[in-house]
Design a protein around this ligand. Sequence first.
Ligand SMILES: [Cu+2]
Length: 139
Amino acid sequence: MKTSIIAVLIVIVAAAGWYFYRAQYQAPTLAPAPQSSGDLLPAPSSVAAKEVVVDITASGFSPAEVRIKAGDTVKFINKDTKKRWPASGVHPTHLLCPGFDAKQGINAGESYSHTFTDVKTCPMHDHLFPIQFGKIIVE
Ligand SMILES: [Cu+2]
C-alpha cells in the first residue's frame, strides 16, 4: 500500500515536472508574436529623418537637385581642392531659407550639414562660386 502511494506520488511529481518543463520550453516558441510586431520596426525607421549627402566638386553640387522630407539633413561634403560655401539663395544675403548658410568656406575634405525643417524649395549656391546653383526641395 505504501509503495503504491509512493509510486503515485512519483508519477504526479514527474507529470508536474514535465508540465512545467514543457511550459517553460514552449515559452520561446510563443515569441514569434512579439517578433512579428518587431517586423514593423523598419517602417518607423524608414519614416525617421534621414541624411542625404551632396558632394561639392569642382563642377558644382552633385546632385544639384535634392528632394527630401522636412526634418531631413543634407550633408555637403567638399570634394573640391578649394574652399566651398554652400548657402541658400539669394546671394549674398542667403535669407530664403534662414539657417541654411555655412557662414564660412568649408575646407577641402570637410563638410557642412543643415537640417531642413520647413516645407519649401530652397535654392542653393556656392557663396564663393556664385555661378554654381542647385536646389533642395523639402516636402
Ligand atoms: Cu551667396
